[in-house]
Design a protein around this ligand. Structure first.
Ligand code: AHG
Ligand code: MN
Ligand code: MN
Length: 341
């Protein structure tokens, strides 16, 4: 960045956008502003993790029976606090909590929005200094304002999201979000403590050269996925194969790379986990909203993720997301081998 280049901060951008697209009341802007604050608090902890006694196991399990890391719990608490402080959030669904968290102060009870989150994505990478993230999704509640929010507020199709985004704590920290008018990315400038617009109007290339899947699970994949992986590894000049394999093990980081460079990310159903591993409400839906807004796709192998009607808070789905042409090809493999079985 040159010395005289104008910087647009996240807050300036949100306010500007809001007057263009979202009416004048500022509720969503305030909510997003507080997401930015929580992101900075978590970022500070992530950056100092090795020095802060914040690495390692918390000593408890979350609702899905997974070991909670200290940073999972730290991020969860700080996002909940910031959202409560915003007064614009009536309730939260979090990976780390079995039930929804409702707020009973007057302002929050009257709030228009509910918030779904994976406060810390990529837990297995926390202790080893590899990129991790936070994923979030915002809905308008359907329960009456002034009353306690209900689980039904969260069991809405992804098409109803009013905003979704993620923070990636990587070699730099970025916040990427959409409100349905394209995708924009902001890089945290630590010297001024602000997220600054660095990636306006992100678009994913129609085709890419990266495939991302945990190949250690190969033996348990559906035949279509196995065959698609072999297809990715074959030589073909026209399609630029063999593709490159990249898999970090943090959804946010794997998705972010493919969003910018083009590629395909797959976390399929397996013999062990017939509904896949990733969670619909706070992993797949927000990522799918961003993918579509960037011109890419997100499906469960057959159906658009955003059209799935959730039945449970912590529901899992098979997840296929990435460049249009690559998703189309992968789905052809699934369809063909399913029809054979
Ligand atoms: P979380 O840390 O929030 O539980 O999410 C971990 C998820 C996701 O980030 C990643 O894509 C996937 O788990 C990796 O799973 P595998 O280790 O099975 O590949
Ligand atoms: Mn996750
Ligand atoms: Mn998590």
């Amino acid at each position: 960045m040159t010395e005289h280049q104008t910087v647009q901060t996240l807050n300036q951008f949100i306010i500007h956008r809001q007057t263009q697209h979202e009416g004048a009341r500022g509720e969503l802007s305030r909510l997003l502003h507080h997401v930015g604050i929580a992101a900075k608090i978590v970022n500070r902890a992530v950056n100092k993790a090795g020095l802060m006694d914040i690495l390692g196991n918390y000593g408890d399990k979350n609702v899905q029976g997974e070991d909670q890391q200290k940073l999972d719990v730290f991020a969860d608490i700080h996002f909940i606090d910031a959202l409560k402080a915003s007064g614009e959030c009536a309730a939260i669904a979090s990976e780390e909590n079995e039930n929804i968290i409702t707020f009973d102060d007057e302002m929050s009870k009257n709030a228009k929005y509910v918030f779904c989150m994976d406060p810390l994505d990529g837990s297995s990478n926390i202790d080893v200094n590899v990129s991790i993230g936070t994923i979030f999704s915002i809905y308008k509640r359907i329960s009456p304002r002034g009353e306690e929010a209900t689980i039904e507020d969260f069991l809405q199709e992804g098409t109803k999201q009013v905003a979704a985004g993620y923070i990636i704590y990587g070699s730099s920290t970025m916040l990427v979000y959409t409100t349905g008018n394209g995708v924009n990315g902001f890089t945290l400038d630590p010297s001024i403590g602000e997220f600054c617009l660095s990636h306006p109007n992100i678009k994913t290339p129609e085709k890419g050269k990266i495939y991302s899947i945990n190949e250690g699970n190969y033996i348990n994949f559906p035949t279509g996925v196995k065959k698609y992986i072999k297809y990715c590894q074959e030589k073909d000049v026209d399609t630029g194969r063999p593709y490159t394999s990249r898999y970090i093990g943090s959804l946010v980081a794997d998705f972010h790379r493919n969003l910018l460079k083009g590629g395909i990310f797959i976390y399929p159903e397996t013999n062990k986990n017939p509904t896949g591993k990733l969670r619909l409400l706070y992993e797949c839906n927000p990522i799918a909203f961003i993918a579509e807004q960037a011109g890419a796709q997100a499906t469960d192998g057959h159906n658009r993720i955003l059209e799935i009607k959730p039945t449970e808070l912590h529901q899992r789905v098979p997840f296929y997301t990435g460049s249009n042409k690559m998703i189309k090809r992968a789905e052809e493999f699934l369809d063909f081998f399913e029809s054979e079985e």
